[in-house]
Write a protein that binds this ligand. Structure first.
Ligand code: GTP
Ligand code: MG
Length: 434
């Protein structure tokens, strides 16, 4: 991955953004996506000089968008010039190289733009390890095609001349692949250790604490809300991916005055974005661990963003992917100070269970705290499968929960029970999944 460097101080790298719209895709969604790519470019320190979308029947296997189209876009960018092309979806390694060779310009895709931001924003050891892992996993599948290409370029075209050398690239590729895999293995081990530490800390806490995880699209206001509820000073910025690692804190004494929310720990986490590649989510296991194990998720949504509903879908998708899809959620529509009245009315109608707040102004925070209190203590239904010999557990379920159904299966008692989240802890070993 060569990086564009630029000598002229203060002058930003000029990026031209290119997307395609296939027959089964919606143009408005593609436009929203390329606008978001502009924000990503901005966060990565680049200035967007143009955004273009080409309607196509299918991706060009060689150059993703059409060659003529790319050429025309570059021409139209004119005098100003362009330093880098950013494509609004995953380029294969060979597409990127073809474009770079044909147009003598650096070409990256959305994932790489996100990786560059992550790279620049990672401050703690935990975040750096996770970003490195994501980078390696991004590079690995691109290696083979890179060396195959070099083979062809250097030796392949002259008949005969290549024979002695053919496969040199492959050997090199194999060596690089092994090196990358070793590094991936080492980093995953290090992340495992971090996760074990997080789990131990959580277990120690859990005896008398409940955990709340803040989740949501990037820039929704999670850290702002976190700071308000805990009086912490986590970095808040009007940029994408300001937060890359998790911070856990108790609610501040002021928050505690407004409801009996003693012993509640809240965690801030990395934000999500559309088209997050699977390996990137997987790399952030340590950061997302707190969310995975929360008793309640505060799903923070920027109601002032025109696309907040598609962001909600994306957040749901990621939550399911990390195994947090079943954790009770409270929808928190943030930035109500900037929202349209009609939109707020629609949200109130469509999501009657949700709360609307302004985290930065501190509006309706007490209402949020009351709602959190209610949710943490609200009973839920669980299916339990308890050996008949475990009389104490069966008795506990009957005395602390409301039994909705009892069945027997061999020596097991199968109970459907409604219980508070605190009480069910004692029976965790008997809860059936799903
Ligand atoms: N108008 C308005 N702006 C807000 C509100 N809450 C947060 N913001 C702004 O939204 C931007 C993003 O806030 P953050 O708290 O950093 O968002 P985040 O969800 O933590 O973002 P990432 O960590 O990047 O995923 C900042 O500029 C905040 O000042 C709000 O209630 N109203
Ligand atoms: Mg944040």
């Amino acid at each position: 991955m060569q990086q564009t460097t630029i000598d002229r101080k203060d002058e930003k790298i000029k990026a031209l953004l290119i997307g395609i719209c296939l027959p089964d895709q919606d143009m408005a969604a593609r436009e929203a996506s390329i606008q978001e790519l502009e924000r990503l470019a901005d966060t990565a320190g680049m200035a967007t000089v143009g955004k273009r979308i080409q309607r196509r029947e299918k991706k060009s296997p060689r150059t993703y968008a059409g060659e003529g189209f790319i050429e025309k876009c570059l021409e139209e960018a004119g005098e100003e010039g362009v330093d880098i092309l950013i494509f609004d979806n995953d380029l294969t390694g060979s597409q990127a190289r073809n474009i770079e060779r044909m147009f003598s310009i650096e070409a990256i895709d959305r994932t790489e733009a996100i990786l560059r931001i992550f790279h620049d924003h990672a401050k703690t050891k935990e975040a750096r390890l996770q970003v490195r892992l994501a980078e390696l996993k991004y590079e690995l599948p691109r290696l083979r095609s890179m060396w195959t290409h070099l083979d062809r370029e250097r030796f392949g075209s002259r008949a005969g001349a290549g024979v002695a050398f053919r496969g040199m690239g492959e050997k090199q590729s194999e060596k690089d692949r092994q090196r990358l895999q070793r590094e991936i293995y080492d980093i995953e081990k290090a992340i495992d250790r971090i996760i074990r530490r997080i789990d131990t800390q959580r277990k120690r806490r859990e005896r008398d604490c409940r955990n709340i995880g803040l989740v949501g699209y990037t820039n929704a206001g999670k850290s702002t809300l976190f700071n308000r509820l805990t009086h912490a000073h986590v970095l808040v910025e009007d940029r994408l991916f300001a937060t890359l690692d998790s911070t856990a804190r108790s609610l501040s004494p002021r928050s505690l005055n407004h409801g009996t929310l003693r012993n509640v720990v809240i965690s801030d986490t990395v934000g999500f974005i559309s088209n997050l590649p699977h390996h990137l989510i997987a790399s952030f296991r340590a950061t997302l661990r707190e969310a995975e194990n929360a008793d309640l998720l505060l799903n923070v949504i920027d109601i002032s963003d025109d696309h907040f509903e598609s962001h909600m879908e994306e957040v749901d998708r990621v939550l399911r992917e990390i195994g947090a899809g079943d954790i009770p959620q409270l929808l928190v529509f943030n930035k109500m100070d900037r929202a349209d009245t009609a939109v707020m009315q629609r949200v109130r109608r469509n999501y009657p269970e949700a709360v609307l707040i302004s985290a930065s102004r501190g509006d309706r925070i007490e209402n949020l705290l009351t709602e959190i209190h209610g949710r943490l203590n609200a009973p839920r239904q669980y299916r339990l499968s308890i050996p008949q010999s475990e009389q104490r557990a069966i008795h506990y379920a009957h005395s602390r929960g409301r039994i909705l159904k009892t069945a027997y299966d061999g020596n097991l008692v199968k109970l459907t029970v409604e219980m508070g989240s605190r009480e069910i802890r004692q029976l965790e070993a008997y809860v059936e999944e799903g």
